[in-house]
Design a protein around this ligand. Structure first.
Ligand code: NCD
Ligand code: ZN
Ligand code: ZN
Length: 427
């Protein structure tokens, strides 16, 4: 065995003091006592699977003043995330095999953590899922306009679901209905206006269209960043091949709150009411949501501080997601079983990668956490290029160390590897 990590590990749904044996980057066995070349003992610290964030916008290529694959992935690592999947709304958009290969090449050179990429599906390439499939980890569909979004007309959904069912790659959907959004569109000055312009009914209509169009296919479909009670209600009866995720911002923030700047908190889908927020959090705690996803959408402060209507939508969050929820789990708002399922195990299952569980055969992606190390989030402790956070002053617990494939990536909150360590998670 190359290495043994010993500590209080979360294995099969509970904590036990044990040894995790690692060989060739994989967990080989988990036992009370194991011997290996290197033996690291973490006493009473927690050993948890590292998180997987299936939804980030690292802005590379084309918008690297906001973020690039190096800074975005470094932020992920400091936040306890060993694997990220990047959305296709870059410049150029990731909609052709050539552009997907280019993005993978740049990510390979720059990424600190393991990564996947999605192909964006638009009217133009909606017949090409089978050829795109071999090069990506899934497909992204926008049913409503968002920042640099690619749109797919809803009448194409059924055909796209059919093609996806043949290639067995998951589809990730931004579920706001474009015709509904256009009906409500208005000039916006505040978060309340933004909410009125993108009401819950638009999310409901998009989800309804997805449920109808997908009813004869068993292809895996993921509804991204669910944000409303109405959407949640519809998804309570969903078939098992349909999964859904929520973001930290939709579960911890709402539009009526007093914020230092309104435009910083402009995001799609919008922050909604306190009731929406509380219902989503409650759904996390009652196992009706599959995963947490950050929808890390960095924009510079300069861009965000424009007039509300001109400011781009999106908030950063890849580095703060795990620390916020580690703290909330310590405070017993969620159980460790729920937290690790939402952040690690279920995202791994959705992507069909051997990550997200402390189990033999899985990648040795492990975070070491000291629950006593509570801090308050401030922008200056974070690593994204955008330089701000919607969670300023929120209590959080950042992991002390992070291992990816058995390599120590972060030790005592210091990065130990160079850019390019991260690997592509597909074939
Ligand atoms: C995202 C972005 O900025 O790329 N913005 C957002 O408000 N969430 C796009 C998206 O995921 O819709
Ligand atoms: Zn989106
Ligand atoms: Zn997004």
């Amino acid at each position: 065995m190359d290495m043994i990590l010993e500590g209080k590990a979360f294995v099969n749904g509970s904590f036990e003091h044990c040894c995790i044996g690692i060989s060739n980057g994989k967990i080989l066995s988990i036992k009370k006592i194991l011997k290996g070349d290197q033996h690291l003992i973490f006493k009473n610290k927690l050993l948890l699977p590292a998180a997987i964030d299936i939804h980030v916008h690292f802005r590379d290529p084309g918008m690297t003043a906001k973020e690039d694959f190096a800074t975005g992935s470094l932020a992920a690592a400091y936040g306890g995330t060993s694997c990220v999947c990047d959305m296709p709304n870059t410049l150029p958009a990731t909609t052709t095999i050539q552009d997907i290969i280019k993005k993978k090449t740049l990510a390979n050179r720059k990424s600190f953590v393991d990564f996947g990429v999605y192909a964006g599906i638009t009217d133009a390439n909606s017949n090409s899922l089978s050829s795109l499939a071999q090069h990506c980890n899934g497909f992204k569909i926008y049913l409503g306009s968002s920042t640099n979004a690619l749109l797919l007309p809803p009448n194409k959904l059924m055909d796209v679901f059919y093609q996806a069912s043949k290639v067995k790659k998951p589809l990730f959907i931004h579920a706001e209905d474009e015709s509904c959004l256009l009906n409500h569109k208005k000039v916006e000055h505040t978060l309340a206006d933004h909410l009125q312009g993108r009401p819950a009914v638009c999310e409901e209509q998009a989800i309804q269209k997805i449920l109808t169009a997908s009813s004869s296919f068993l292809t895996p479909i993921h509804i991204c960043h669910l944000s409303s009670c109405e959407g949640l209600e519809l998804l309570k009866k969903r078939p098992t091949h349909i999964t859904c995720g929520v973001t930290p911002h939709h579960t911890l923030l709402n539009a009526e709150q007093h914020f230092p700047s309104q435009s910083c908190y402009k995001v799609n889908p919008p922050l909604r009411t306190r009731l929406d927020k509380e219902s989503l959090f409650d759904a996390l705690a009652h196992d009706t949501i599959d995963i947490l996803e950050s929808d890390h959408a960095p924009h510079t402060l300069e861009e965000k501080q424009q007039e509300f209507d001109a400011a781009p939508s999106g908030v950063p969050g890849v580095e703060t997601m795990v620390p916020l929820f580690l703290y909330l789990t310590k405070k017993q708002q969620l159980s460790f079983q729920q937290m690790t399922s939402l952040l690690c195990a279920r995202p791994g299952e959705i992507l069909a990668v051997p990550k997200g569980k402390l189990q033999p055969g899985y990648d040795a992606d492990i975070m070491v956490v000291d629950l006593k190390k509570e801090t308050k989030i401030t922008a200056d402790m974070l690593h994204s290029k955008c330089g701000w956070t919607p969670f300023e002053k929120f209590p959080a617990i950042f992991p002390l160390h992070l291992f990816i494939r058995g390599e120590k990536l972060i030790e005592d909150r210091e990065i130990q590897v160079s850019r390019g360590f991260g690997q592509y998670i597909g074939e």
